[in-house]
Design a protein around this ligand. Structure first.
Ligand SMILES: Nc1nc2c(c(=O)[nH]1)N[C@H]1C(S)=C(S)[C@@H](COP(=O)(O)OP(=O)(O)OC[C@H]3O[C@@H](n4cnc5c(=O)[nH]c(N)nc54)[C@H](O)[C@@H]3O)O[C@H]1N2
Ligand SMILES: Nc1nc2c(c(=O)[nH]1)N[C@H]1C(S)=C(S)[C@@H](COP(=O)(O)OP(=O)(O)OC[C@H]3O[C@@H](n4cnc5c(=O)[nH]c(N)nc54)[C@H](O)[C@@H]3O)O[C@H]1N2
Ligand code: SF4
Ligand SMILES: [Mo]
Length: 680
């Protein structure tokens, strides 16, 4: 039997590595990294290497299921769609369209198919409540950069002379960036790592072992040094920015000695970092994808980094942050003129999404369902996400989802959220359907798109998500919005405004190039036409117009009583290569690489609490407790505990809360919690 090699892409996480998929007799038999793909250049993480095991896992959801007598009953797609359509219509008649919340998770946000069709459906149905994982991840940094530059510039490490890796461990979370950083260092770039943990890359540069949640204080102290020592780019600042004079005043309050006490860092290291960064010919901060965001001052953390780039002139030049082109695709969204939940509390966050797609702050949902205020939400539909595991306060999320009259979950596997649903639908894995790999350019900074080719036919009764939303839409009388019948039609429709042909996309295509010219038309798109160091938009909405350092809500300074009871600082959500979030623990080939979750602590911390490497402890916050094994390591700063998220037997989100959160974005606090450990 001949083996065919199909060039396509893995989307088991958002990096979308190119793969050579070997197919024999209609079956995927082997996966290799695609050497010529500019994103991964042949590299694959263990998940990609085990894509075959993932696709053919016996645990796959195979048929639509309906909850019955506490168990599951297999039903046909027809019955599933009729049941959902009937209940959704009833709910709409009784409570209005807004009583449905359409929720997408990380897969949903990253894949245009899922996010496009989920949004189209919610528009056709008429609910404003489209809720995305971007209420937890990624959108905060985009917003901070938009507030500052009016554009979303991205890191350009390949050409950089100085890289600051700030709360980011790409070797575990973004392998394709890690290799680009290694290459830049080989070419002579300097590296500074700001992380409570000695990550592998820290060995190649200066490491600032910061106290979690204090990054804004460090950034402000760096600005203090840069300004006091006249290291900023005066010409750039005068020509292109506004509010610098206010910043000069503002950062006088943050001398390195004071910041040193807040951050656990020597003032000499803060000065040194500021001098290296500002003195480099080109410099870029590569920040963690959520480590700085999931704090009560997350947006201000992100703003502070943007301002550091701006005052050193590191914008739209090679090796700094530079603006990326966009690829124009057909917009599937339908306008809705009602505000979603969370809009009142986080008005700017809401307005940044634009009215066509009024995203709310998703984390408002559990309280809205439980309290029925400001109005009842009776139905939830989740595609490509697992909020019962990934959202803070799992207990409350579960309680809310159980209260819903109708909960529908479409997934590749039975998840914790699916277990709470009334109807569970089997989704195709990405190799069973066609799509466009494009969104990923928003993280890699490489303006490259390719066709994600279908490798094998959909298995069992699995459907692509676009088909589910289209069929449901048709059954509910919204057929005019869903005219497509095949993968090809869906992709061709998207491509129409792009000027890119199917052939080009199949080959892989650069859809533009990065901008290295600040004077190019429209390169600063803020209301003032300048880079806004001082943000009038934030000021007008009642927020701090310049980043102000705020202690995490559970720190010894902000809440001494709590922190004295719970003296260790807990960081949740450390990434591990074999897994994406709550997924893949059921794939034996991956599980054996990392069989169980561990809490990392420094040996000195272990001694203080009388625990040894390998002991099981209870790890407790004021919110809840889990049992987890301890791993001692010199790499983590004493006084800090680091745990992964996504494990059923040690669910990190039993320890986190939905409140308090970032007042601008509503992002939760998952990275600097007061905790304690005790040997069991
Ligand atoms: N394998 C794998 N890769 C993934 C994912 C996955 O689930 N699995 N998820 C993807 C997604 S959606 C995301 S958002 C990204 C997240 O990717 P990253 O942002 O890289 O996430 P982490 O590995 O949790 O954290 C990076 C580093 O930040 C440090 N850190 C923690 N708190 C702080 C702090 O307060 N300040 C500073 N300066 N550092 C801190 C941690 O010690 C850690 O070394 O990963 C993506 N990649
Ligand atoms: N405590 C704590 N909590 C966190 C974090 C943290 O650091 N600490 N990180 C947060 C971050 S940054 C993120 S991004 C979120 C992620 O949160 P989620 O996105 O909710 O988590 P996942 O487990 O990735 O869920 C994605 C689901 O989509 C399914 N899926 C995959 N492909 C398809 C498909 O084609 N169609 C359909 N319908 N389903 C598909 C997968 O099987 C999986 O169940 O978690 C957040 N939660
Ligand atoms: S990093 Fe791994 S899971 Fe993510 S796209 Fe690449 S191979 Fe797939
Ligand atoms: Mo994320």
């Amino acid at each position: 039997m001949e083996t065919e090699v199909i060039k396509t892409s893995c989307i088991l996480c958002f990096l979308a590595c190119g793969i050579d998929a070997h197919v024999r007799d209609g079956r995927l038999v082997k996966v290799e990294g695609m050497a010529e793909n500019p994103l991964n250049k042949g590299w694959l993480c263990p998940k990609g290497q085990h894509l075959v095991d993932y696709v053919y896992s016996p645990d796959r959801l195979k048929y639509p299921l309906k909850r019955k007598n506490g168990g599951w009953k297999r039903i046909s797609w027809d019955e599933a769609l009729d049941t959902i359509a009937g209940k959704l219509q009833k709910i709409k008649d009784e409570y209005g369209a807004r009583a449905l919340a359409v929720i997408i998770g990380s897969i949903g946000a990253e894949d245009i198919e899922l996010s496009g069709f989920a949004q189209r459906f919610r528009g056709a149905y008429g609910t404003p409540n489209f809720l995305s994982v971007e209420s937890i991840c990624f959108r905060s940094r985009i917003m901070a950069r938009l507030l500052t530059f009016g554009t979303y510039p991205l890191e350009d490490p390949g050409k950089s002379r100085c890289i600051i890796l700030w709360g980011h461990n790409p070797e575990n979370s973004e392998g394709t960036i890690a290799s680009r950083i290694h290459k830049a260092l080989d070419d002579g770039s300097r590296l500074i790592v700001i992380d409570p943990k000695r990550i592998p890359l820290a060995k190649r540069g200066l490491h600032l072992q910061i106290k979690p949640g204090t990054d804004c204080a460090l950034a402000l102290a760096m600005m203090n040094v840069i300004i006091a020592e006249d290291l900023y780019d005066r010409e750039f600042v005068e020509k292109y920015t506004t509010g610098f004079d206010k910043l000069v005043e503002h950062v006088r309050d943050y001398p390195p000695e004071k910041a040193g006490e807040i951050t656990w860092l020597p003032a000499t290291d803060i000065r040194r970092t500021a001098r290296i960064f500002a003195g480099a010919e080109s410099a870029c901060i590569i920040q963690g994808i959520n480590c700085l965001d999931q704090h009560i001052n997350g947006l201000q953390n992100n703003r502070a980094l943007a301002i550091l780039q701006a005052i050193t002139g590191n914008y739209d030049v090679p090796g700094a942050w530079a603006t990326n082109p966009f690829m124009r695709l057909t917009d599937l969204r339908l306008p809705i003129d009602e505000e979603p939940i969370g809009a009142d509390e986080y008005p700017i966050f809401r307005s940044f999404w634009g009215m066509t797609s009024p995203y709310g702050q998703a984390l408002a949902l559990p309280e809205v369902i439980l309290s029925e205020k400001p109005y009842p939400i009776k139905a939830i539909m989740v595609t490509g996400g697992n909020p019962a595991c990934s959202w803070p306060d799992s207990e409350k999320v579960e309680k809310a989802f159980k209260k819903a009259d109708l909960a529908v979950v479409m997934d590749v596997f039975m998840t914790r959220t699916a277990e709470l649903a009334d109807i569970v639908l089997p989704a195709c894995s990405s190799v069973e359907k066609m799509g466009i790999v494009y969104n990923y350019a928003l993280t890699s900074g490489i303006p490259y798109a390719m066709l994600r080719r279908k490798v094998i036919e959909p298995m069992w009764e699995c459907w692509p998500d676009w088909k589910f939303y289209s069929e449901l839409g048709r059954r509910m009388g919204y057929g005019e919005y869903f005219p497509w019948n095949t993968d090809e039609e869906v992709v061709e429709n998207w491509l129409q405004p792009s000027g890119i042909t199917m052939e080009q996309l199949t080959e892989g295509v650069y859809f533009g190039s990065r901008c290295y010219d600040i004077n190019a038309k429209n390169q600063i798109r803020t209301p003032s036409g300048k880079i806004e160091i001082y943000s009038q938009t934030l000021a007008d909405a009642g927020y701090d117009p310049l980043p102000v350092y705020k202690e995490p809500s559970q720190s010894l300074v902000s809440n001494p009583e709590l922190a004295s009871e719970y003296p260790l600082i807990l960081v949740t959500g450390a990434r591990a290569l074999p897994y994406t979030h709550c997924q893949m623990r059921n794939i034996p080939q991956l599980r054996q690489l990392l069989p169980e979750p561990v809490a990392e602590i420094h040996p000195a911390t272990a001694r203080e609490y009388n625990v040894a490497d390998g002991d099981t402890v209870t790890l407790e916050t004021k919110k809840g407790r889990i049992k987890i094994k301890v791993k001692t390591t010199e790499d983590i700063v004493p006084g800090v505990v680091s745990i992964p998220h996504g494990w059923a037997q040690a669910n990190a989100n039993l320890l986190t809360s939905l409140e308090p959160n970032d007042p601008v974005t509503g992002y939760p606090e998952t990275r600097a919690l007061a905790s304690r450990i005790k040997k069991v």
